[in-house]
Write a protein that binds this ligand. Structure first.
Ligand code: F6P
Length: 509
């Protein structure tokens, strides 16, 4: 595996001390990697207990994390722990919890953890706001779930106002019976709008317009079209449209009475725990939504309190940095061997790449090291019939997170055994490789992976899984000394689109 060419010494880079700290840590990890040969087959033969030594089980989260198939040893773990200590990870966690504006460029706190966890550092006014918002959701859901006239929900939103709610809705739809059928309207392509409206009765439909800014072009255009559709059938806006937003004044311009607000300290891609998750509570009820929150809260507690070697999100984070910055691997694959998690990677793409796809540090200087990888993946076993050829015999190594679940929520036991055995076999094949005199059959091997096994596909485990990746991304942002909570890179394209729209309008007049 090619190592990144020697990087200049740390004093030659500019920037605040923190970026230099990351740079020094990367150099230390590169030195460790070049002084050791990490051959997985050897690492396992040298340590009969490697699987146990590099696995963590979180009972409350209902999650088992096997990271034994990584190009690391115990000394590597010590270096990882030191790197995070040098990055002041605990201080950044405390800063987040007490509501400091760690989203520097927007001067906002980052408090999605407060939506599901109680911690002494979290400001009391935040806790009160969260409780009030949750109580309003519960009241509305009790009324709506007793209203048998509504059968369908059109959920309008995009990005974090769509991906999280949609992914959780589908993740849970087999385990719990949904009260409503939800149609996620997220694209500006009119084909989607027409496909949805042509199949629904306006009188039986609730429209949720979800948008933190309430100015997103796609969402506004789809809301306008849905309101026109309701008007066509003389259906009351006040009874059939609700808004979820941090921009209440903008929502009021639409004559929408039911407005579920959330605070600016909830980032869009971290917002499903807030009123953005209303559709989940509507479909599955208050108890299931609170179990989702509880699952995340278990992980929050472990992330905040556990030492590095018992800290799943922090280990995941450092492994990602190890492959990105030391082995110079540009992609990261996440394959969930669970059909109900078919929306997970799309959700993770925004969570990871919109958070950490940055090239400027918190000191407003260009970074001297890489940041977020390109995240991709499809559910298993489809992935084996798509891109696993490249993962096994391609010219580059791509780390893989395999995610699956222990107890089936369906009646086909044999199917579940085949699913699990395929998941584990793929990780094994990536690791051990195979030699053959026929060059076409050679599998290079020594390709790293993690395996996360959830106890169930249920609200608690899904909440835990999502919080785990949220904290992974947070931790990587701290190490790379970047702002993981803004997304200025998406504004320029929107501006050009609006300019072209204006130009087109003028040319039509
Ligand atoms: O992709 C850019 C972005 O701002 C995301 O961060 C956000 O989740 C999405 O657009 C939708 O924004 P809003 O919730 O304000 O409609």
């Amino acid at each position: 595996m090619n190592m990144q060419e020697k990087t200049p010494d740390v004093d030659s880079i500019t920037g605040l001390y923190d970026s230099k700290k990351a740079y020094s840590s990367i150099i230390a990890m590169q030195k460790h990697a070049s002084n050791n040969e990490f051959i997985l087959n050897n690492l396992f033969s040298q340590d009969d207990n490697r699987l146990q030594n590099f696995s963590i089980h979180s009972t409350n989260a209902g999650m088992h994390f096997d990271f034994s198939k990584n190009l690391i040893d115990h000394a590597t773990m010590d270096i990882f722990a030191k790197c995070l200590k040098d990055a002041n990870i605990q201080q950044y966690i405390n800063d987040m919890l007490c509501g400091k504006c760690i989203n520097q460029s927007e001067q906002r706190p980052v408090l999605h953890v407060a939506l599901r966890s109680f911690h002494p550092l979290i400001p009391k006014n935040v806790v009160n706001e969260v409780n009030l918002s949750l109580a309003k959701m519960v009241d509305f859901c009790h009324v709506m779930r007793a209203n048998n006239n509504i059968t369908d929900i059109i959920h309008i939103g995009i990005g974090g106002s769509d991906l999280g709610p949609k992914m959780v809705y589908h993740a849970l739809e087999h385990t719990y019976k949904s009260k409503f059928k939800v149609h996620f309207l997220n694209n500006i392509d009119g084909a989607q709008l027409e496909h949805i409206l042509d199949r629904l009765e306006a009188k039986n439909t609730l429209i949720i317009s979800c948008s933190k800014t309430f100015t997103t072009l796609e969402t506004c255009a789809n809301l306008d079209a849905c309101i026109a559709w309701l008007n066509l059938y003389n259906i009351s806006i006040s009874k059939h449209v609700v808004a979820i937003t941090a921009n209440v004044e903008q929502a009021k311009k639409y004559d929408i009475e039911q407005i579920f607000s959330f605070e600016q300290w909830v980032g869009g891609r971290f917002s499903l725990w807030s009123s953005v998750g209303l559709v989940i509570m509507l479909c599955y009820g208050e108890q299931v939504f609170k179990e989702l929150l509880a699952g995340a809260a278990h992980v929050d507690k472990e992330f905040i309190n556990n030492d590095f070697k018992q800290n799943i999100p922090q280990i995941l984070a450092m492994l990602g940095i190890w492959y990105r910055n030391v082995f110079n691997l540009q992609q990261y694959c996440v394959s969930a061997y669970a059909e109900n998690l078919h929306g997970f990677t799309a959700y993770l793409q925004q969570l990871d790449m919109e958070s950490n796809g940055k090239s400027v540090g918190m000191d407003n200087r260009l970074l001297p090291y890489h940041t977020a990888p390109i995240v991709f993946g499809e559910v298993g076993t489809h992935c084996q019939h798509a891109y696993f050829q490249l993962l096994h015999q391609g010219t580059q190594s791509i780390p893989v997170d395999f995610i699956t679940y222990k107890h089936a929520h369906h009646k086909y036991a044999r199917h579940h055994d085949i699913l699990l055995q395929n998941c584990f076999a793929q990780a094994q094949a990536l690791m051990i490789g195979q030699y053959d005199n026929n060059a076409n059959l050679i599998h290079i091997g020594n390709r790293p992976s993690n395996t996360i096994i959830l106890d169930y596909i249920n609200a608690n485990c899904i909440g835990a899984l999502l919080a785990t990746y949220e904290h992974k991304i947070f931790t990587q942002g701290v190490f790379w000394h970047i702002n993981s909570f803004d997304q200025w890179g998406v504004e320029f394209g929107k501006k050009l689109a609006n300019q072209q729209l204006e130009l087109a309008k003028r040319m039509q007049t």
